[in-house]
Ligand binder design. Sequence first.
Ligand SMILES: Cc1cc2nc3c(=O)[nH]c(=O)nc-3n(C[C@H](O)[C@H](O)[C@H](O)COP(=O)(O)OP(=O)(O)OC[C@H]3O[C@@H](n4cnc5c(N)ncnc54)[C@H](O)[C@@H]3O)c2cc1C
Length: 441
Amino acid sequence: MEDKFDCIIVGGGIAGLSTAMTLARGGAKFLLIERGEFCGSKNVSGGVLWGSDLARLVPNYWEEEEGGWERFVSHRRLTFMDEQSAFSLDFKSGHFAEPPYSGVTVLRARFDNWLAGKVEEAIAESAHPDESFLAQNILVEEVLMEDGRVVGIRAGEEKFFADSVILAEGINNLLTRQVGLQSDYVPADYVAVGVKEVIQFDRSVLEDRFQLSGLGGLSNEFVGFASGGVEGGGFLYTNRESVSIGLVLGMKDLREKKHTPYDLLNAFKAHPAVADTLRGGEVLEYSAHVVSTGDIRGMPRELYGDGVLLAGEAANLLLNAGKAIQGMDYAMRSGLLAAETVLAAKQKGDFSAATLKRYRDALEESFVLQDMRNFQGAVHLLHSPQMFGAVPNLVCDFGRQFFTVDSEPSKKSSQMFRESVKRHSSYWDLIKLGFKASRSL
Ligand SMILES: Cc1cc2nc3c(=O)[nH]c(=O)nc-3n(C[C@H](O)[C@H](O)[C@H](O)COP(=O)(O)OP(=O)(O)OC[C@H]3O[C@@H](n4cnc5c(N)ncnc54)[C@H](O)[C@@H]3O)c2cc1C
């Protein structure tokens, strides 16, 4: 292996692989190092990869019969839950069935590995097929610095040098802290724990049960009982022959309420509205991973330095404003932009912080930092106790009254609503919440 590269990428997740693909196409010499046995082996997502950047990286990816993705999202559902009931907003559209899709479900072990294969192909076709490498099963232990400037990395006894290093190491960003871009202490409010099971079905059972046609799929988010009163929510996504079901739970609230994620996940799976959909399925895999809450205060103090850039969740780039968890698309776009910055720096022959600042500017102009800034109000609203308690309880209470037909005189809907409000909240609290929601969503 050549020991001086244009760029070393730490981490072969979505951010790192997107960086690598862009560098290969741009004619740079790079080394990507992934600690897992293979790319994706250590990664967890719900997961829907939103947006259309995948088509930039792998044009016409949907034409590949055995591509890395599972299903395109053609059906979206948001479900409010109390202990017994579920009230859903349901949206299905033919528009969602047109490639490039606006969301595809993925299983990371398969998807990242497939994307890594595409990077290998891009390297083989690049200007430096023998001078760029994707190295797996190697842990980067240290970032090497000289006079305050990042110059390379150390993995075991081996040292590798480069003009630039992109840290795409994910949320557990030990190297980012080592180079001083983030302090060691990150408040527990800024992180959540995600737990997930993959449950396998016979394909025709899955398609009948979820009314899927072709490779169309369902993305269902849940609020309320799903998270057992803990800050957070649930998700269920359909893959080709399985569903991914799980919870994302605020770390601080989980600790304070002394619940275990596994018990909460079992209770969610046993809910009447969920249990029926999982009947007969076989649990293939259980995984857990820390994930950012999308609170912008959890971002490192800067996203670049002399010879270094941060991409993906290492930079805390993620948004969960109620509509979707967006971590993978943020990882992809930041990886793309980090690579473009390195290519421009290579052309200029200057990898100083002053040149790499361009990365920050590009992120500010993109949906990544624009949405993270614009929707912080929604992130905070989503984490307010009413959103996983009073509101879903009230919605379900109203639904139960509205849809009940018994042999008693019926009440008007307005009276039902008043009674639900009285049982679970107050008009004053709802007005305050509505005001916050109207400003933040
Ligand atoms: C339960 C759950 C559900 C989620 N659902 C969704 C969803 O539906 N949609 C969505 O967009 N996002 C979702 N996310 C968030 C999403 O998974 C992340 O935001 C995304 O994976 C971040 O990508 P990344 O490449 O930055 O980091 P990662 O995917 O974490 O990749 C980092 C890589 O770096 C490697 N690495 C780390 N340290 C080193 C080292 N020192 N040396 C070598 N390699 C190293 C790791 O092994 C890993 O492969 C979810 C997360 C969880 C936990």
